[in-house]
Design a protein around this ligand. Structure first.
Ligand code: UN1
Length: 487
């Protein structure tokens, strides 16, 4: 790897601070998880001074950007969306090379990012308020939305372009300025996105990119009194630490963290639908989604048939290089993540679960972090593999006596992001929709793979603060003002 790294021309991609492309103190080699001998590029690491400079630039730019005409915002967001959509194949390829999801998934994600910008371009023209009568004679009450200020955006590696898009677009739409810190593992997509944003006609300082580790860049953003809000997607412990620090200084915070999402398969399910929904939800994108169906809760009457059909489908799944034609499941993103997946597979076996399929690292033509998708059966709800997020291509089956028991098991975890049920019964579908303790409920569709124009978020340990995406994003990315006006 070191050899490959040195043979690549060392153009180091820079930070974008106050409208300037700025070199960092160091460079990170971005390695392709499908082929460890390929370096996707080198990306700068920010110094503490650079992070502070980005925050200062964003604070200065906010003075004027908060009053920017909505048409200026529309034009910038619309142009960004158009360019992303026009370049979806090229950017999708880049994304798949650095993250390892299949090319189709990479292109799909880039298109989603483009559409998010288009959506918020439109929203910028529809920012509205309310006009109410006062309880006092001759007074009226105006309720309006105002920008928050500088917003720090901290994004994860599993959606290198879509998650940045669904934080950056609403931030700019509602008149905020941004300091964006992408995950260290996937700077290429973030940099390409930033390069597009940098050419969209925004005033200097409105949008800033600083790359580097969370313990430096993230910490500074979270602790800076000039950063009025933090939106974070990532792990539970880091999210909890961010929330505590942000709350202590009165900054707004929005967290999207883990999931342990259940898919309930009932006796009356269409078996083919159940298997498709389970495979897509549990294993596509290599299971590396906070919305992944990691627990398949199956009632007795369909249990054995479901497992047999699922196993048969798993045996046909093509695991391979993210860019190879026909690949259905790409590699795991990194060595530490692969280790975590394998650790949990060992834990499941020690706990007495039956490893029914897969779970072994694969040696393929290219050296990469390949893992045969794993299926555990005969598991108990209290096992660690059924309570803790693994974040890999690993799913468990839990047998349930009936619908009521399946629902109770589905809800009995510290997370509540997404949940699903496969059934032909309107009664069970309606009941599950009402009683599932999750922010998003899916009936006969996968728990992962959500639309871009509707609210996204969960409950319990999965999410904190207002929803992301759709019109609901305004709650976090703006402040409410109530004005009383007498002539
Ligand atoms: C999806 O399932 O389409 O980090 C999106 C994640 C989520 C996004 C999932 N915030 O996996």
């Amino acid at each position: 790897m070191a050899q490959a790294a040195s043979s690549v021309a060392r153009e180091v991609h820079r930070h974008y601070i106050g409208g300037e492309w700025t070199a960092g103190m160091d460079a990170i080699a971005n390695v392709n998880p499908s082929d460890l001998h390929e370096v996707v590029g080198h990306y700068a690491t920010a110094t503490a001074e650079q992070v502070q400079a980005a925050i200062t630039a964003a604070a200065q730019a906010f003075e004027s950007w908060q009053f920017s005409p909505i048409e200026q915002r529309f034009d910038a967001l619309d142009a960004i969306g158009s360019e992303i959509l026009a370049r979806r194949e090229e950017l999708g390829r880049l994304l798949s090379r650095e993250e390892g999801k299949t090319l189709a998934e990479g292109i799909g994600e880039v298109a989603r990012a483009g559409r998010v910008f288009k959506f918020f371009a439109g929203e910028s023209l529809r920012i509205s308020g309310e006009l109410l009568a006062s309880t006092r004679r001759g007074v009226s009450v105006e309720i309006t939305r105002e920008p928050v200020g500088v917003i720090g955006l901290i994004t994860p590696w599993n959606f290198p372009m879509a998650i940045p898009a669904w934080k950056i677009a609403p931030a700019l739409c509602y008149g905020n300025t941004v300091v964006f810190k992408p995950a260290e593992l996937v700077p290429a997509s973030a940099w390409a996105l930033s390069e597009i944003i940098a050419r969209a006609g925004l005033p200097p300082g409105v949008f800033n990119l600083v790359m580097g580790p969370g313990r430096l860049v993230g910490e500074l953003l979270v602790n800076s009194p000039k950063v009025r809000a933090i939106s974070f997607t990532g792990s539970v412990p880091i999210g909890a630490a961010i929330a505590a620090k942000a709350a202590a200084r009165g900054a707004k915070v929005q967290l999207e963290m883990g999931g342990k999402n259940p898919l309930v398969v009932l006796d009356d399910a269409d078996l083919e639908v159940a298997v498709n929904v389970a495979v897509q939800g549990a294993y596509f994108s290599t299971g590396q989604r906070c919305t992944a169906s990691s627990r398949l809760i199956v009632t007795e009457g369909i249990h054995d048939r479901f497992i047999a059909a699922l196993e048969a489908r798993l045996a046909t799944l093509k695991i391979g290089h993210a860019l190879a034609a026909g690949t259905e499941i790409g590699p795991v993103v990194s060595e530490p993540q692969l280790r975590q997946d394998l650790d949990y597979i060992a834990i499941g076996q020690r706990e007495g679960a039956r490893l029914r399929f897969g779970g072994q690292p694969l040696r393929l033509e290219h050296e990469g972090y390949y893992l045969q998708p794993a299926l555990f059966t005969d598991t108990q709800p209290a096992m660690r593999i059924n309570q803790e997020e693994i974040f890999g291509p690993v799913a468990t089956v839990i047998r349930a006596r009936d619908y009521e028991q399946a629902l109770a098991i589905a809800n009995d975890v510290p997370f509540g992001l997404s949940s699903g049920v496969v059934t032909r019964s309107l009664r069970y579908a309606a009941d599950f929709r009402r009683r599932s303790q999750a922010g998003m409920v899916m009936v006969n569709v996968p728990t992962a793979g959500v639309d871009y124009h509707v609210p996204f978020g969960g409950r319990k340990g999965s999410s904190y603060g207002p929803r992301e995406q759709g019109r609901y994003a305004i709650e976090f990315y703006s402040n409410c003002k109530t004005a009383y006006i007498a002539p």
